[in-house]
Design a binder for this molecule. Structure first.
Ligand code: CTP
Ligand code: CA
Length: 228
């Protein structure tokens, strides 16, 4: 039987992807979370796998099945996500699609917090490690292509450009996550790919697409960039 060859432009490449929200414990029964579904990151993992890459997906708690042929490491908190990302290096390409919680509770309760006549328990927040910035700034094991996402509800392009500069990654996928867009949890996404090459910043605005189409398009850009 003769079949046309399947194009595998990422064959031999190792791609590391983060996806989903993180859960930050308050006490043994409660946590802080966000509305990320993990769909965009999982779609990118599936598209990279289909393009022939070896894919490692570090995912926060989601309601999605593991994509076929992908190594999935399930985590809950931002600190666990960072640990698994570091343990998964080296990689040729890293794509940080997770909606990592920016803060965790400093004084996590060892027991369930109880109501009391003394009033409500104060929740002291501390900042989580920035996984994207940490990996972008590595000197020894920095993946040659590091891609972040920028979830914004206003000043999308300007905020995304400053994130690109601040975090030291190579590309940023900017997306509007205002409630009216339905992006958080939904099946569609409107993104702008912001790339930096030799100090030149380019913005490529894509039409509204399904998260699967965004994933395929992003993987095609990655393949073009790494194979020349
Ligand atoms: N990110 C990360 N670790 C964090 C926070 C964010 O790896 N602790 C990554 C996300 O996965 C994404 C990018 O950084 O690729 C931008 O995340 P975003 O929440 O948009 O930006 P922040 O820098 O956290 O800024 P803010 O939420 O204040 O807009
Ligand atoms: Ca954030």
């Amino acid at each position: 039987l003769l079949r046309p060859p399947v194009p595998r432009p990422l064959a031999g490449k190792r791609v590391l992807i983060t996806a989903g929200p993180t859960h930050e414990p308050i006490d043994p029964v409660r946590y802080i979370a966000n509305r990320s579904s993990g769909k965009q990151g999982f779609a990118i993992a599936a598209a990279a796998q289909a393009a022939g890459a070896e894919v490692i997906l570090v995912s926060g708690p989601v309601d999605l099945g593991d994509p076929a042929g992908v190594t999935v490491k399930h985590v809950e908190s931002a600190r666990q996500m960072l640990e698994q990302v570091q343990a998964s290096l080296p990689a040729d390409i890293a794509i940080f699609a997770a909606a990592v919680a920016d803060w965790r509770v400093a004084n996590e309760g060892e027991q369930k917090l109880k109501k009391s006549s003394a009033g409500m328990p104060p929740l002291q927040l501390v900042e989580n490690p920035d996984i994207l910035a940490t990996i972008s700034k590595l000197t020894d094991k920095r993946p040659p292509l590091v891609i972040g996402f920028a979830a914004e509800t206003e000043h999308l392009i300007d905020n995304a450009k400053s994130k690109l500069a601040r975090k030291g990654c190579d590309w940023i996928v900017a997306n509007d996550v205002s409630p009216a867009t339905g992006v958080m949890g939904g099946d569609r996404n409107t993104v702008h790919l912001i790339t930096r090459r030799d100090g030149e910043i380019a913005v490529d605005s894509w039409p509204v697409m399904t998260k699967e189409q965004v994933a395929i398009e992003l993987v095609a850009h990655v393949a073009k960039s790494v194979t020349g």
